[in-house]
Write a protein that binds this ligand. Structure first.
Ligand code: GDP
Length: 379
C-alpha cells in the first residue's frame, strides 16, 4: 500500500514537472500583438546633424537595410523644365487667344471671344476686363497686325496680370537661433500632405535641414505618408497618436526642431472644412501654440487648381482664419484653367509661390511668371 502511494506521488510529481516544462516556454513566447499606436507625440529622434538612418540604428533594434537618401532635383529652373506639363494642359487657352488676335479684322465679337476664353480659363471677371481693355487699346494705338508682335503684346499683358515684381521667395532661413516655421494649410484632398513631402525635397535641394510635423492627425494615413516622404530625404517626422491634438504635435515639432538645430520646421495640418468655427478653433490653436516657441514665417495655402470657383471659396475661408503668406496651386498639370493663378492672387492679395505639376516627387516648382506665361501661349 505504501509502495502504491509512493508510486502515485512520484507519477504526480513527474506529471507536474512535465507540465511546467511544456508550459514555461509558452509563457515566455511572444505576447499577443497589440495594435501599434505611436506612444507619445515625440518618438526617439536623431541627435543634431545625425541622419535619420543612424538614429534608428541607435535604438538597438535590428535596422533594416535602407535605400540611400534621394538627391532631389535642383529647384532653380524647375518650372522651365516642367513647362511641357503646363503647355499640354494650358496651350489651348493661348492658342485660342492667338488665333482670334490674328484675324484680319478685330471687331467687338472677336474681343468678346478673347474675353470668353480668359473667363473659361478661370482668370476672373476683374482681371479679364482689365487685360482685354489694355490689350485692345495697345493694338489700336500701335496698329499692330503682325502675329509675332500681337503675341508679344498678349505676353506683356498676361505678365502684367500675373505680376513680375512680386516677391515669391519662401522665408525658410533660420533666425534668432530658431528654425523657420512653415505651416501648410488647405482642405483635405487638395494635395496638402503630398505638397509637404515635395516641399521638404525642395528645401533639402536648397541646402536646408528639415523637420516635419504631422499635425494632420485626422486622416489615418497622413502621418505615415509624410514620414515616408521625409525618410527619403533624411527629414525627421514628429507625429502624434491618430485623432490626437494637432496643436500638441505642432508644438512638439517646433520644440524638437529647435533642439535638433533644424533650419526649417514644416507642419502639415488637417483641413476639415466641417464648420468655419471648427477650422478657426483648430488652426487658431495650432498657430498660438507654435508661436510660443517661434514666430510663423510662412503660412502656405494649398489649393487644387482643378476646383475653380470652389478653390476661391476655400481661399476666402482660410484667409479669414490665418494670415496666408503664399499660395501653392496643385494639379496645374490636370487642368486648362491656369487663369486661377491670377484670380486667386487678386482674391487674397498674396502671391502664388509654388505650383504642383504632377504626382512625381520633384513635380513641385517655384512659380516663375515668365515660364508660366510662355507655357500658356506657346513658344
Ligand atoms: P491631402 O488630403 O490634401 O493631404 O491630399 P494628398 O496629399 O493625399 O493628395 C491627394 C492626391 O492628389 C494624391 O493622389 C496626390 O498624388 C495628388 N496630387 C497632389 N499634387 C498633385 C499635382 O500637382 N498634380 C497631380 N496630378 N496630382 C497631385
Amino acid at each position: 500500500m505504501l509502495i502504491a502511494l509512493i508510486v502515485i506521488a512520484a507519477v504526480i510529481v513527474a506529471a507536474a514537472a512535465t507540465f511546467a516544462l511544456v508550459s514555461i516556454p509558452r509563457r515566455r513566447g511572444p505576447r499577443p500583438v497589440e495594435r501599434a499606436r505611436p506612444s507619445a507625440s515625440v518618438p526617439t529622434r536623431p541627435a543634431p546633424g545625425q541622419p535619420v538612418e543612424q538614429a534608428s540604428a541607435a535604438t538597438g533594434a535590428e535596422a533594416p537595410a535602407r535605400p540611400a537618401l534621394d538627391v532631389p532635383d535642383p529647384t532653380a529652373g524647375r518650372l522651365v523644365r516642367l513647362r511641357g506639363r503646363l503647355a499640354r494642359s494650358q496651350s489651348t487657352v493661348g492658342r485660342g487667344l492667338l488665333a482670334v488676335l490674328s484675324r484680319d479684322h478685330l471687331d467687338d465679337d472677336a474681343w468678346d471671344e478673347i474675353e470668353e476664353t480668359l473667363l473659361t480659363a478661370d482668370m476672373g471677371v476683374a482681371a479679364t476686363t482689365e487685360l482685354v481693355a489694355a490689350l485692345r487699346q495697345r493694338v489700336a494705338v500701335l496698329g499692330v497686325r503682325d502675329p509675332e508682335q500681337l503675341r508679344a503684346l498678349l505676353r506683356d499683358e498676361l505678365l502684367a496680370q500675373v505680376g513680375t515684381s512680386t516677391d515669391r521667395s519662401l522665408r525658410t532661413a533660420p533666425h534668432d537661433g530658431a528654425p523657420a516655421v512653415v505651416l501648410v494649410v488647405g482642405v483635405n484632398g487638395t494635395g496638402k500632405t503630398t505638397t509637404c513631402g515635395k516641399l521638404a525635397r525642395v528645401l533639402v535641394a536648397d541646402g536646408r535641414s528639415v523637420l516635419l510635423g504631422a499635425a494632420d492627425t485626422f486622416r489615418a494615413a497622413a502621418a505615415d505618408q509624410l514620414q515616408t516622404w521625409g525618410e527619403r530625404v533624411g527629414a525627421y517626422t514628429v507625429r502624434g497618436p491618430e485623432g490626437g491634438d494637432p496643436a500638441s504635435v505642432a508644438f512638439d515639432a517646433v520644440k524638437e526642431g529647435k533642439e535638433m538645430g533644424s533650419d526649417v520646421v514644416l507642419i502639415d495640418t488637417a483641413g476639415r472644412l466641417h464648420t468655419k468655427t471648427g477650422l478657426m478653433d483648430e488652426l487658431g490653436k495650432v498657430k498660438r501654440v507654435v508661436e510660443k516657441h517661434a514666430p510663423l514665417d510662412e503660412i502656405l495655402l494649398v489649393l487644387d487648381a482643378t476646383t475653380g470657383q470652389n478653390g476661391l471659396v476655400q481661399a476666402r475661408v482660410f484667409a479669414e482664419v490665418v494670415d496666408i503668406t503664399g499660395i501653392v496651386l496643385t494639379k496645374l498639370d490636370g487642368t486648362a484653367k491656369g487663369g486661377i493663378v491670377v484670380a486667386v492672387q487678386r482674391e487674397l492679395g498674396v502671391p502664388v509661390k509654388l505650383v504642383g505639376l504632377g504626382e512625381g516627387a520633384d513635380d513641385l516648382a517655384p512659380f516663375e511668371p515668365e515660364a508660366f506665361v510662355d507655357a500658356l501661349i506657346g513658344e
